[in-house]
Design a binder for this molecule. Structure first.
Ligand code: 4AD
Ligand code: MG
Length: 432
């Protein structure tokens, strides 16, 4: 018996002189008496199959007639060129095995967003969702390849924590036996501890934020790629980010141009994502916003609308540096050249997609750190271990956190971030 092939391998290198076998799911089906026309789907692509009574045992023909959408099947037969078929070929079946029957599929062509979300476990089989997941896998592969070849160690920080790295408002609290703990918002503080043994570290973990607002760019659980490096200032930190993001995008272009096209993304746009990215200060951003008639003054944080306004016409990402320290977390280093600001950078995606990375050089001055904790009303008990890092051989260091789904949303041109993750968790949904 011939071994089963993947559909795309057959379409790339058609086998015309031998029987072929494919395994997959019925994507579309219609029947006209003595012929069943199926489109089969596997993880790699789709192919047309015609099953004609008389060319195979009657029982198998009846199985084909009974195979509804999403039935799992194994088909054997000959490949023929057919310009009308998707991919240019069809298989004429000489054998048809129904492996798993399918109940009437709840998803038809026009469905409400809610129904698709309720049936997410089935909807992820759609071509669009499949394409997004493949692009995401390539982006993450591109990241790991770049990080590993630049000698960063992948480390495994905890998810249970007692620290509020990014402030108390968005913490998920939980009972931890007789104590209280939180789900991690960021691995940063643990990565800072790990640079004293490994110098260059990264982690890819879920992060949790109890975001109550319904926006198109917030999940309550997202995948966070975080990096921390000893002996690194804010300038070098940005260079690492632009190289990393460019390598991620390049891998997606290399491996997934078909999927990107299906999602409506022109890969020519992505080929422009190469270092250096743009750099502007927060103060310059405020000036630009004022020119665009925004009522905003120095000291206010930038929201989605502001980020969109200044990046919608951009082709490459933009770093916004030197935010007022009141806008940012306690751990960011004061800029000695402009002490009302901190040595931080938010990286904004082009075309108005907004922030994809938050990063900074870290405050190493213990007194300043204590002052900042106090100014933010953060009780220091849970931070003693973190403060120790400044007492035992402190070194200048920097790091950042990249929101994986934020990058996927931009690269795949998605309206909503929930489509950048197979099972989205938002304020309104944790099922399925
Ligand atoms: O800017 P943030 O809050 O920075 C930190 O957490 C730092 N401690 C990271 C570090 O330096 N190690 O979050 C980093 C990134 C954001 O730029 C955004 O891309 C993503 O994480 N992010 C979210 N993505 C989806 N849903 C949410 N609710 C997100 N919150 C942050
Ligand atoms: Mg941020």
């Amino acid at each position: 018996m011939c071994p089963a092939s993947h559909i795309n391998d057959l379409l790339k290198e058609p086998v015309l002189d031998l029987d072929v076998e494919v395994r997959g799911w019925v994507h579309r089906t219609r029947s006209s008496g003595k012929i069943v026309f199926d489109v089969l789907r596997d993880a790699t692509g789709i192919i047309q199959v015609t099953i004609k009574k008389g060319n195979l045992p009657d029982m198998e023909f009846e199985s084909a007639q009974m195979s509804h959408i999403e039935s799992s099947v194994i088909v054997r037969g000959r490949m023929f060129k057919d310009d009308r078929a998707p991919g240019g070929y069809e298989i004429r079946a000489s054998s048809f095995t129904l492996v798993g029957t399918s109940a009437p599929y709840p998803i038809t062509e026009y469905q409400s967003e809610e129904l698709l979300l309720d049936n997410r476990h089935l909807w992820i089989r759609s071509r669009e969702q499949t394409a997004i997941m493949k692009v995401k896998a390539s982006l993450m592969k591109g990241a790991r390849d770049w990080l590993n070849s630049n000698e960063f160690y992948e480390v495994t920080p905890p998810i249970f924590t007692q620290n509020a790295c990014e402030g108390g408002v968005t913490l998920f609290k939980l009972k931890y036996f007789d104590d209280q703990a939180f789900l991690s918002q960021s691995a940063q503080m643990y990565l800072e501890a790990l640079i004293f043994s490994l110098e260059k570290v990264y982690a890819i973990t879920p992060s949790f934020r109890a975001e109550k607002s319904r926006t198109t760019r917030h999940l309550t659980e997202f995948w966070h790629l975080e990096l921390e490096e000893a002996w690194t200032d804010s300038k070098l930190n940005m260079e690492i980010q632009e190289n990393l993001v460019s390598a991620m995008v390049a891998k997606a272009v290399e491996e997934r141009s078909e999927e990107l096209k299906l999602l409506g993304r022109d890969v020519a746009d992505l080929k422009e994502i190469v270092p250096p990215f743009k750099r502007v200060t927060y103060a310059q951003m405020i000036d630009r916003l004022k020119q665009k008639e925004f009522e905003i003054e120095w000291g206010a944080d930038l929201g989605a609308a502001e980020e969109r306004a200044v990046t919608e016409d951009e082709k490459v990402p933009t770093f916004v540096t030197n935010f007022p320290r009141e806008c940012k977390a306690f751990y960011m280093k004061e800029d000695p050249d402009d002490p009302k600001t901190v040595k931080c950078a938010d990286l904004l995606a082009p075309e108005g997609y907004g922030e994809i990375i938050g990063g900074s050089e870290r405050e190493t001055d213990l007194a300043k750190l204590l002052e900042r904790l106090e100014a933010n009303n953060i009780p220091t008990e849970a931070y003693q271990w973190y403060l120790d890092l400044r007492k035992f051989g402190s070194v200048p260091h920097s790091g950042f956190g990249l929101g994986v789904e934020r990058v996927v949303r931009w690269v795949c041109k998605l309206e909503h971030i929930r489509d950048a993750v197979p099972f989205p968790r938002t304020v309104a949904r944790v099922y399925p």
